[in-house]
Structure formats: C-alpha cells, structure tokens
Design a protein around this ligand. Structure first.
Ligand code: ATP
Ligand code: MG
Length: 492
C-alpha cells in the first residue's frame, strides 16, 4: 500500500494556524495566512493551464512569493523543477529542455534570461491573473516526485535528481532526530531554495511547524544581526558564507539562543573550524548532496573537539559505508562513500544509465572518497574523479588546497593532476592571491613543504586572477588545466 500523508502545509495550517511560518524582514505570514495565499496562487496557476503531473520550473530568488509558488504547485500536484538563477541562459535552456518542463515561473527581472520553447509566467503576470477552480491535493503520496533539482555539475554535466515526497519527509525527520526541535526555533534561510540546502529548510518549516526567516540574498552583516538579536536559532551555511560572517563578527559573540550553524556543501577548512571553536560558534559539520535531499551525515558539536574535520555519523534513518574494491573498507581505509536511506533519490531524470551506475543493490554510490574512523565518524576526503595518483600514491587535491588556503596571502586555490614522465601524475596548483599581499611560487612551495608530504607538494604553481567555478560557486577542477599559459603546455 502506498504511504500518503495529509498535504503538509494544509495540515500545518490546521494544526498550528497562528504560528509564524515565514518572515523576510517586512512580510510576516502565519501558517494559515501562508495556506490562504498558496490557495490563491494555485488557482491563478490553474488559470495559466498548469495541471497535475506537469513539470513546472521555478526561476526565482528567495522570497515569500517563491515559497508560495512551490507550495501552490504541490497543491495542484505539479512537479517543481528548481533552477539555479546563476546559470547562463545557455545552461538554463539546456536544463529546461532536458527536463521536459512546460512552464517556467520567473521573477520579473530574470524572465529575459529564459530562452527556448517554453511558456514563461512572470510573477507580476501571475499575481494579476484571475483565479480558476482547481482540485487541491489533499494527500501527498510518498512515491510521487515532489521536486527535480539538477546537480551542480561539478564533475560533469548536471543531472536532474528526482526527489520524492518521501525523500523530503525523511530528510526533515532525520534532521530533527539529530538536531532536535525547539519551540522557539527559527531557521535562517540565506542559502537559495533552488539548492537542496535551502529547499530542505522550507520542507522542515511546514513539517515541524517551525518559523523561517527568508533572506533574498545572503548578507553577512544582516545574518549576524539576526543571530545576535535572538531572531534566529539555526542557520545553514557553506564555508564561504561563514567566513564572511566571522570577519564581520569581530569580537562579538553569538548568544545562547543561537543553537546550530549547519555547515555543508563542500569541504570545511580546518582553520575555519578552529576559529569557530574559539568563538563558541555551535558548528555542525554536515555531508550531503542533491541526491540525498540534504544531510546524510552530520557531526554534533559535542564532538567538534575530538572529531575536528569529521562530517559525523549518518542520520537516524540512513546508513553509510565505505567501499574499497567492492568490499567494505576497514576503519581509516579510504574508499567510495556509499549511502542508503529513505531520503536518497530513486534516480536521475531521463538517465537510466547514470541511475543504474549510481544505485546498485539499493545503495547509492556518491562518487566521493572518504573514510570512517574506529568510532564510526565519517571524514570526507575528496571526489573520486579528482583524485591524483602520483607514483602509486593517492593525492587528494582538497588536502593541498586546504594547506594553500591557510597561507595568509592566498584567497583561492585549486589543485589538479598534470602528466609527469616519472610519476605518472603530479599535483599542480592555481592560486589567486589576496589583494595587497605578495607571495612567490618558491615561498608557497616552502610553505607546502612544511605541511605536506613530498609527493603532495605541487610541482607547478600558477598565479591566476580567477578560478573556474560553476553556478553554485563550486570549483571546476577539470577546467584548471586550461589556465596553464599556452607556451608551457608542451613543457609540462
Ligand atoms: P555534480 O554531481 O553535478 O558533479 P555536485 O556533486 O557538486 O555536482 P551537489 O549535489 O550540489 O552537486 O553537491 C554535493 C557534493 O558536495 C558532494 O557529493 C560532495 O562532493 C560535496 N560535499 C558536500 N558536503 C561536503 C562535506 N562536508 N565535505 C566535503 N565535500 C562535501
Ligand atoms: Mg554530485
């Protein structure tokens, strides 16, 4: 029998109608008010022709209106395709076509970025439309696709991840079983809703009956004010955001009311974790991906001292293991991180091959390398596709990048392998220097020598103005080689 649960927002509006659902600094809505505006938007969407089962793209910046549109599409029974607003028109057009979306709802100022044969509905157009009666989904079926979200495209072409209601439900429950729920919780959504880090906050809000504060675009100063003013108790960040917040914070400290800084999305540099520890910031390091509907493992702060750098243990409903040559690895032995759980996707949209490759025997192969210590704590090392094998030794670019980043003159660093006659491959680094700092290649190599084994020291270091990044600001290591000056290509 298929599991279904009453429509989440409807149920929430029925259970706790007066509680604040969402606040953006100006507009404040209770769950009942949110439900009412969602019904209106759903009827307006029905007027444009949106029907149950349609794939409808959302191309918007974080806002109360965006939350309403996502819920409204679910009320109709449509599948929501979340699109990154930093994509180029070309990338966006490709994803829209690949997905088979029939409509795209867009912020007015973003609408002219949309190309191709798709019906564009701008927010001002939608808001002016008359309402048309439509049947609302009274229940959400666990097996149904709620959202489609493309991976960041860090290791290849982005893939559309199918996220079911079940995935979102268990992701929210797993998070609560780990972080706990507090009556006064308010989660600051400063990460975008088009990423799973942001969307999962929206899902938790209705499932838990928890308020969320929506930030249109991340602002470190404002985020610190909200935390210090006791307005928010939990926040999701990536390390670049946290770094900016710490710089703005200065000598100030966060109050006790702030109970969780959920840090994920990529590797967390150790110096950053150390600063947080010194400042008493309750950082929970987490590991997850689009395919796991956000967190799959999270480290509680009581272990932040003893397990510094770990991404913790799997969430209650999930499992995680390390595989090496088809066998479960021993403690500390690096291998592929393999996960399982009701929050894990059932596959990729229109990609049976990629799905069959990633999901085997009920386990999802993440493509990331890590190890588990003797106590079961996960340490993420790097992506399998970026691994450098030098003279038979495994070299993880992330480790070298972290060392370079700990140098005071380095703003950004990227490492990749280049061919070498003696060693097969050797690491090569690309460094963006901080403005006003000067450092030479020799000095950086010496710095690396003090922190890294000999075979990990970059053979070449190039200074560059910019590193290649995707729309999620993730480093595209496979493009780094293109930064090598032309006349040196052959010489390497
Ligand atoms: P693509 O799959 O298209 O290459 P992507 O993997 O970057 O893109 P996301 O789903 O946005 O797309 O990112 C998830 C990835 O981010 C993880 O697989 C992992 O490589 C990295 N990541 C997430 N959390 C951590 C962490 N705590 N430490 C190290 N890496 C992390
Ligand atoms: Mg991925």
């Amino acid at each position: 029998m298929q599991t279904s649960i009453p429509n989440w927002l409807m149920q929430r509006a029925f259970l706790t109608p007066e509680r604040i659902a969402v606040y953006d600094g100006q507009e404040k809505k209770t769950f009942m008010e949110l439900h009412e505006s969602v019904m209106k938007r759903a009827r307006q969407l029905a007027n444009t022709g949106v029907r149950k089962g349609d794939i409808v793209a959302v191309f918007m910046k974080n806002s109360v209106a965006m939350i309403e549109c996502i819920h409204a599409l679910h009320y109709i029974g449509a599948i929501v395709l979340l699109q990154n607003i930093r994509l180029t028109s070309h990338e966006l057009a490709w994803q829209l076509k690949d997905s088979g979306a029939v409509y795209v709802i867009a912020d007015d100022e973003l609408a002219d970025r949309i190309e191709g044969n798709i019906r564009v509905i701008t927010m001002s157009e939608l808001s002016a439309l008359p309402e048309e009666n439509v049947e609302f989904q009274q229940y959400y079926h666990f097996d149904d696709i709620a959202t489609i979200m493309y991976t960041s495209g860090t290791t290849g072409k982005p893939k559309g991840v199918l996220q079911t209601y079940e995935n979102h439900w268990w992701s929210a429950i797993g998070s609560a079983l780990n972080l706990g729920l507090n009556e006064n919780d308010c989660w600051l959504a400063a990460v975008p809703f088009f990423h799973i880090s942001g969307l999962s906050i929206m899902m938790r809000s209705v499932i838990y009956g928890m308020s969320m504060y929506v930030m249109r675009a991340f602002d470190a100063k404002k985020a610190n004010e909200l935390i210090i003013g006791g307005k928010v108790t939990i926040m999701s960040v990536v390390s670049a955001m946290l770094q900016k917040m710490i710089a703005d914070l200065g000598e100030r400290r966060y109050p006790e009311t702030f109970r969780c800084m959920l840090l994920g999305g990529g590797p967390a540099p150790k110096p950053l974790l150390e600063v947080c520890k010194a400042k008493g910031i309750p950082v929970y390091q987490t590991y997850g991906m689009t395919e796991t509907a956000s967190q799959i493992a999270t480290l509680a702060p009581e272990y932040s001292l003893t397990k510094l750098g770990s991404a913790g243990k799997p969430l209650f409903p999930s499992q995680l293991r390390i595989e090496k040559d088809g066998q479960v690895a021993r403690p500390y032995e690096p291998g592929e991180i393999v996960v399982k759980g009701p929050n894990v996707t059932k596959g990729y949209l229109h990609r049976p091959d990629a799905t069959a490759k990633a999901i085997r025997g009920g386990w999802f192969y993440t493509g990331d390398i890590g190890y588990i210590d003797e106590d079961g704590f996960l340490y993420v090392l790097d992506r399998r596709s970026d691994l450098i094998i030098s003279g038979g030794e495994n070299v993880y670019p992330a480790e070298i990048e972290a060392v370079l980043l700990s140098h005071e003159a380095v703003e950004e660093a990227g490492v990749t392998g280049i061919d070498d006659e003696t060693w097969g491959q050797v690491p090569c680094a690309f460094v963006k220097r901080k403005r006003g700092y000067s450092v030479t290649v020799e000095q950086l190599k010496q710095f690396c020598q003090a922190h890294l084994a000999k075979y990990k020291i970059p053979k070449q270091i190039y200074f560059v103005d910019e590193l290649p990044r995707n729309a999620s600001q993730k480093l595209l290591r496979h493009q780094l080689k293109q930064l090598i000056p032309n006349n040196e290509n052959g010489a390497l």
